[in-house]
Design a protein. Structure first.
Length: 77
C-alpha cells in the first residue's frame, strides 16, 4: 500500500497500474475497514468460531464505503 496526498498524485505516479485505479481510496476508508473485528479480534480465543460474522461485518463495511465491484472481490480459484 502506498500513501499519497491526493488521488491526482497517485495518477501522476509513474508506477501507477491503470488497472488499480478502482482501488484508490482515501486513507480514512482503509482505516475504517481495517478497524473491523476481522482484524481487531485476531487474538481472541473464539476468533475462528466468529470469523463468519466478522467477514459479514467486513462486507457490510465495504458496501457502506462503496468498495464494491470486481477490483474489491477476492479471486475465486
Amino acid at each position: 500500500m502506498n500513501l499519497f496526498a491526493c488521488e491526482e498524485n497517485v495518477l501522476k505516479w509513474s508506477q501507477t497500474d491503470p488497472n488499480s485505479v478502482a482501488g484508490i481510496r482515501p486513507l480514512a476508508d482503509w482505516a475504517v475497514l481495517f478497524s473491523g473485528d476481522l482484524f481487531r479480534r485476531r487474538l481472541d480465543g473464539d476468533y475462528l468460531a466468529n470469523m463468519a460474522d466478522y467477514r459479514k461485518q467486513m462486507g457490510g463495511m465495504m458496501r457502506d464505503l462503496g468498495m464494491t465491484g470486481p477490483w474489491f472481490m477476492a479471486p475465486r480459484d
